[in-house]
Design a protein around this ligand. Sequence first.
Ligand code: GRF
Length: 183
Amino acid sequence: KSVGILISGRGSNMMALVEAASDAYEVVVVASDNPAAPGLAWAREHGIPTFALSPKGIGKAAYEAAVTGALREAGAEIVALAGYMRLLSDEFVATWRGRVVNIHPSLLPKYKGLDTHQRAIDAGDLEAGCSVHIVTEELDAGELLGQTTVPIEPGDDAETLAARVLAEEHRLYPRVLADFAAR
Ligand code: GRF
């Protein structure tokens, strides 16, 4: 299946998805709401078509319509969010119903939204992790497709925990996306 990836920044999960692409899926476009996203340059260097557009000035509806246009033009059948920092509108979710997946750095349903690692540490949790799920209108609440758990070590701060979780994100996301594409 053909996958379009949406990023906002660094793009390390996008890179992991690109590097693990196989018969199960191929990455046909990387799109960003942030024309300066470092991940875009990496994708270009790796020969992947990119699309960059800021919603600033044109508004969310026009911006998302353009993103959908770029995804369709590239032939994307699945949309994978990878560090995409904007909420998608209900309309975008409806257009791509059941075909948008996201990776989230917590053991959902715990810690939806931002600042997941600090919240897990502050709660005294012994474990953290990452989840891949289907995107619905409700933030970080769609069907869970896969999850990896890591320990929270004594002395962890949000940064050390984030690094441990991120390494697992890079293993989990390609595996789950390949399974999802085969559905
Ligand atoms: C990841 O931790 C992802 O789970 C979260 O934001 C971070 C993005 O990192 N949504 P990257 O851009 O994939 O490097």
